[in-house]
Design a protein around this ligand. Structure first.
Ligand SMILES: Cc1cc2nc3c(=O)[nH]c(=O)nc-3n(C[C@H](O)[C@H](O)[C@H](O)COP(=O)(O)OP(=O)(O)OC[C@H]3O[C@@H](n4cnc5c(N)ncnc54)[C@H](O)[C@@H]3O)c2cc1C
Length: 440
C-alpha cells in the first residue's frame, strides 16, 4: 500500500558508513540518540542555540512518530488522574504556534500545522454521559469545551451522522502532520549558516548519523558520547537519549537507573477521500462509540487518518520482535472502520491507503522521563540527558521537550518540570557506580 504523504520514513537507512566513511570518530556539541519527533525537535532547538548537533538513528522517523495522527490535543487528551500532566501539555500547546512559526522562518517546508478545532461526539446515551462527565473535569481545569446541538454540529460538519447523541466544540485542540514535520526538521537541520561551525564533519548533511547507537561512552566521570553499531563513535559534550522505547536497552546507562518503558501498540489507518466527498470533515472529530474512542483527522491533501487502537500485546508475527511490534491487528482495523462509520457514514466510501501499527513508549505514570540523571553525591551526571516515555503525547509535547532540554544544556533547570525526572522509578544512585569506565 502507498502511504499518502511522505511515502517512507524521513530517510532510508544508510548501510554504508556514509556518515563518517573516513572518520570513524565524529565530534559534536550535542549527540541526540533517536530520530523520532522528540529527537529531531530537541536537535533543532539545540541548533538554534548555536551548537553543533548530530541525530543518530539507523531508521529516522520510523518509530511511533511514523504512526502518530499528530493531534495537538491537551483538552480532549485530558484523562482522569492525569491532571499533573496537563500543565506540561498546555505549556507545549501554547508553544506550538511560535515553534511552527520559527520553523517556517527557517525555511522549513509546510508540515501541516493546522489550528482548526476538534469536535468531540458521542454515539449513544452512555457516550454522551461519559463525554459530559469528562467535560466537567475539563472545565474544572479551566479548559474551554462548549456543547453544541446535533444540528449545530452538523451545520459545521454536514457529513456527521444525524444519529449522534451529542457534540462538543474544543477550539484549542489542533493538529500537525508528524511525518512532514520530521522531514521539515531534517531539511532545516541540513542547512548550516556559513561560518557558524554547526556542520559536523563526517555526518551526512552535517547532522545525520545513520547508524544504531549501542552504548554511552564515559570518560573522567562524564558521558562523553556514543558508541555506534558500525564500530564508530560520536564524541559529544552532551548526549541526549531520545530513542523512545529502546532507551532502556542502551549500554552504559548507570546500572541503578530504571527506565520502565512498556509498549502500548496502536493500529491506525490512512484513507483517501474521493473528490466528491471533500472535505469529509474540516475539524478533527473525536468520538466515543459505545464506550470505545475513535478519531478522524482530516489532512490538507485530501486524506484522513483514523485511529487508534490501544493494546499492550504484540501480535505474534513471524517470530521477529520488530515485525511483531509492527504487525497490524485485523480486529483493530475492523473496530476503527466500524466505529468511524457510526459517526461519519461516508467513511465506507473512502479508499483504504495504509494500515500501520507502532508502539507508544509508555511509563507507569504516563508522563515522560525527561531531565538529567542524579549522580551519587550532589549534582547530576555530566553530559547526559534523558528524553523518552512520551506515550500518547509525543507530538504535542515535542516543543516543550525541546525547550526543557535547551534549558538543561544552558544550565538552567525549570523547577516546574522536576517531577519528570528520569530517575523517579529508580533506586538511589549507588556511590560504587564506576563513572570512569568507558563502556564497550
Ligand atoms: C497509533 C499512534 C497514534 C499516535 N497519535 C498521537 C497524536 O495524535 N498526538 C501525539 O502527540 N502523539 C501521538 N502518538 C504518540 C507519539 O507518536 C509518540 O509519543 C512519539 O512519536 C514519541 O516520539 P519519540 O521520538 O520519543 O519516539 P519514536 O518516534 O519511536 O522514535 C524513536 C527513534 O529512535 C530510534 N532508535 C531506537 N533505538 C535506537 C538506537 N539504539 N540507536 C539509534 N536510534 C534508535 C528509532 O529508529 C526511532 O526512529 C501516537 C502514537 C501511536 C502509536
Amino acid at each position: 500500500m502507498v502511504p499518502p504523504s511522505g511515502g517512507s520514513p524521513a530517510s532510508t537507512p544508510d548501510t554504508a558508513a556514509g556518515s563518517g566513511v573516513n572518520s570513524p570518530v565524529l565530534h559534536a556539541d550535542v549527540a541526540v540518540i533517536g530520530g523520532g519527533v522528540i529527537g529531531h525537535c530537541i536537535a533543532w532547538e539545540a541548533r538554534l542555540s548555536g551548537r553543533s548537533v548530530v541525530v543518530i538513528d539507523d531508521e529516522p522517523g520510523s518509530g511511533a512518530s511514523w504512526a502518530a495522527a499528530g493531534m495537538l490535543a491537551p483538552v480532549s487528551e485530558l484523562h482522569y488522574q492525569e491532571e499533573d500532566l496537563l500543565e506540561l501539555m498546555l505549556e507545549s500547546s501554547h508553544l506550538w504556534p511560535a515553534f511552527a512559526a520559527s520553523l517556517a522562518r527557517a525555511g522549513a517546508p509546510d508540515f501541516g500545522y493546522l489550528t482548526t478545532p476538534t469536535l468531540a461526539v458521542g454515539a449513544d446515551a452512555a457516550d454522551r454521559r461519559a463525554l459530559m462527565d469528562l467535560r466537567a473535569v475539563q472545565q474544572a481545569n479551566g479548559l474551554l469545551v462548549e456543547t453544541l446541538t446535533v444540528r449545530e454540529a452538523r451545520a459545521k460538519e454536514p457529513l456527521l451522522s444525524p444519529a449522534i447523541s451529542c457534540a462538543l466544540d474544543i477550539p484549542a485542540d489542533h493538529q500537525v502532520d508528524p511525518r512532514r514535520l520530521i522531514a521539515s526538521l531534517r531539511q532545516v537541520l541540513a542547512g548550516h549558516d556559513q561560518g557558524s561551525g554547526t556542520a559536523v564533519a563526517g555526518a551526512r548533511e552535517g547532522f545525520a548519523v545513520h547508524h544504531r547507537a549501542t552504548a554511552l561512552l564515559w570518560e573522567d566521570g562524564r558521558v562523553s558520547g556514543v558508541k555506534l553499531a558500525s564500530g564508530g563513535t560520536v564524541r559529544a559534550g552532551e548526549t541526549i537519549v531520545a530513542n523512545g522505547l529502546q532507551a532502556a536497552d542502551l549500554g552504559g546507562l548507570p546500572d541503578w537507573i530504571q527506565l520502565p518503558l512498556r509498549p502500548v501498540y496502536g493500529d491506525i489507518l490512512r484513507l483517501g477521500v474521493p473528490l466528491h466527498l471533500r472535505p469529509l470533515v474540516t475539524s478533527t472529530v473525536r468520538g466515543l462509540v459505545h464506550g470505545v474512542p475513535v478519531y478522524i483527522v482530516p489532512r490538507q491533501d485530501g486524506t484522513v487518518v483514523i485511529g487508534a487502537t490501544q493494546r499492550e500485546d504484540a501480535l505474534p508475527a513471524a517470530g521477529d520482535t520488530v515485525a511483531a511490534g509492527r504487525a497490524v491487528s485485523a480486529g483493530g482495523v475492523y473496530q476503527l472502520l466500524r466505529d468511524a462509520q457510526v459517526l461519519l457514514p461516508a467513511v465506507a466510501e473512502l479508499e483504504l491507503l495504509e494500515c500501520t501499527t507502532r508502539a507508544r513508549p509508555a511509563t507507569p505514570d504516563n508522563a515522560p522521563l525527561l531531565g538529567r540523571v542524579p549522580a551519587p553525591g550532589p549534582g547530576h551526571i555530566p553530559g547526559l540527558i534523558i528524553a523518552t516515555g512520551f506515550y500518547r503525547h509525543g507530538v504535542l509535547l515535542s516543543p516543550a521537550a525541546a525547550l526543557i532540554c535547551r534549558g538543561l544544556l544552558d544550565g538552567k533547570e525549570d523547577p516546574r518540570w522536576q517531577a519528570l525526572n528520569p530517575d523517579r522509578f529508580s533506586s538511589q544512585p549507588q556511590a560504587a557506580f564506576q563513572f570512569t569506565k568507558e563502556t564497550a
